[in-house]
Design a protein around this ligand. Structure first.
Ligand code: PLP
Length: 494
């Protein structure tokens, strides 16, 4: 293909592809390649075959790739932390993509599983995951969710507030059980892609602040001391310190350690490292104040992936090695034993393993005014959209797309892939160069849709949600069937 000039409408990061048929291995799962006939294939199965067998839109999950990514996190972190704390527990963040078979894959690959609701916990249990290897998260867990977690014996409940700590202690006591608790703290570190910001106070709903509180506002002086303790911090003492003291004093709570989660789509290790340093320092303070060495430290998830060729994520080995060096140095400085480390990758395991297949429908080129003149933008409408991938609408997320059902030498033109919903914001891929000869009926593949697409999908405009197909050892199988019209009516009562 000849070199083509970029459209002035394109964002700076978007390159005109030298070869529009190429499949960037950083974005696509390892099983994706061009078939002999030019089609995109997943483990040798051509896109048109998948579309014929299962219909479109379709989420295709490369199970071997998913499992390999799960193993690579486990192996890389185990290797880096082996001599520090005997290895690392990797909790797959189920919220990124959780269906029963996926929970089984996680257990089979030796990972633990994070859940964030009673529903996610139910899937983990249905899959037969050992409850001791399940964690339960959430900033507003119900008594029912906490009770169930206690009764089935989950390995850790990540407590998010003083209110929850009080309720959990009571529920455990009533049940005659001990609650294994990690306290979620906000270390004042927010990370995203290449930057992190460090502050003391955090303005967010999650976690217990590590910064000393100076407020008594919002507390009703008529409330009992007990009721105040539930939702208001004690002046001069951080909510985190208060929670530690309260947890250590409660006979029905077994305080296992501390937890933090500093953001999403993080490429560099330095944000994780700073959070680790702050939490290790806090652990040393707990040892000082209470004479207790807590055993576990969870550094959360958020490991970044490539959604487009502009993203350059680090390998798990790189993050693990950098983090281990910091943890080692801080533990030596504070003269403390390294706690057992855990991490919670979600998208980094499920994201790149998935790919969405769509069928091209209407194409339309509009004239767009720009500082340098008027330029064409081509809209390519597909048979899904924000109901199967709301991330572009929710987060301004970028994706890319390639022609999957054939190759072509046609000129790449700046295109916007949109869905079929009644929303002008219904964008699947904001900017991509797609071939000029794109036809109705062609298949488009959007890579890196394994995380937070199925999980966030909806029936908006009463579209039926796509099927999910897993491909393993070159064989495809349906793991979630496509929704039907009957499903749409299933909960109507009249
Ligand atoms: C969302 C979340 C994760 C996973 O985030 P990813 O970006 O998918 O890795 C891990 N831990 C917690 C507490 C989360 O909320």
């Amino acid at each position: 293909m000849a070199a083509h000039t970029a459209s002035p409408l394109a964002p700076d990061w978007l390159q005109v592809p030298e070869d529009g048929n190429a499949l960037d291995p950083v974005i696509f799962s390892s099983g994706v390649s061009r078939h002999d006939d030019g089609q995109l294939a997943v483990q040798g199965i051509p896109a048109s075959q998948l579309a014929a067998d299962y219909g479109t839109p379709l989420l295709v999950v490369d199970e071997d790739d998913f499992r390999a990514r799960a193993r690579s996190f486990r192996d890389a972190f185990d290797a880096a932390f082996e001599d520090l704390c005997g290895g690392v527990d990797v909790y797959y963040a189920g919220k990124s993509f959780l269906v029963t078979p996926v929970a089984r894959w996680i257990a089979e690959e030796g990972l633990c599983l994070d859940t964030a609701s009673g529903g996610e916990l139910a899937v983990a249990l249905r899959a037969g995951v050992d409850p001791a290897r399940i964690g339960l998260h959430g900033n507003n867990k119900s008594d029912g969710e906490l009770r169930r977690a206690l009764e089935v014996g989950v390995g850790r409940i990540v407590v998010d507030s003083l209110d929850e700590l009080t309720r959990l202690a009571e529920l455990a006591q009533e049940a005659g059980l001990t609650a294994p608790v990690m306290l979620r703290l906000t270390p004042g570190v927010h990370a995203h892609t290449h930057e992190f910001i460090a502050t003391a106070h955090e303005d967010q709903k999650f976690g217990l602040s590590m910064a000393d509180s100076s407020f008594t506002e919002g507390q009703d002086p008529d409330l009992s001391a007990d009721a105040q303790r539930m939702d208001g911090p004690i002046p001069g003492k951080s909510p985190a310190a208060q929670a530690v003291a309260q947890a250590l004093a409660a006979p029905s709570i077994e305080l296992r350690g501390l937890h933090c989660h500093i953001g999403s789509q993080i490429f560099e290790a330095d944000g994780f490292a700073l959070a680790a340093e702050r939490l290790l320092t806090f652990l040393a303070a707990i040892r000082q104040d209470h004479g207790v060495e807590l055993e576990e430290l969870d550094l959360g998830g958020g490991h970044g992936i490539a959604y487009t060729s502009a993203d350059e994520p680090r390998a798990p080995e790189q993050i693990a090695t950098a983090l281990a060096a910091v943890v080692r140095a801080v533990c030596e400085r504070l003269q403390m034993r390294c706690p057992r480390i855990s991490i919670e990758p979600g998208r980094a395991i499920s994201g790149p393993a998935g790919l969405s297949l769509y069928t091209v429908g209407v194409r339309k080129t509009v004239a767009v005014d720009h500082a340098d003149g008027t330029f064409p933008r081509r809209y390519v409408a597909v048979d899904g959209g924000m109901s199967d991938n709301p991330r572009p609408v929710l987060y301004d997320a970028d994706y890319t797309a390639v022609l999957a059902s054939r190759t072509t030498e046609a000129t790449p033109v700046l295109s916007r892939v949109v869905g079929k919903h009644c929303e002008s914001g219904d964008i699947v891929v904001r900017d991509a160069y797609l071939p000029e000869d794109l036809q109705r009926g062609d298949l488009l593949a959007v890579p890196a849709t394994g995380a937070y697409c199925h999980a966030l999908s909806s029936n908006y405009n009463l579209l039926t949600r796509p099927a999910v197909v897993a491909v393993k050892d070159g064989v495809s199988r349906l793991i979630i069937r496509r929704e039907t019209e009957d499903d749409l009516f299933a909960r109507e009562t009249e």
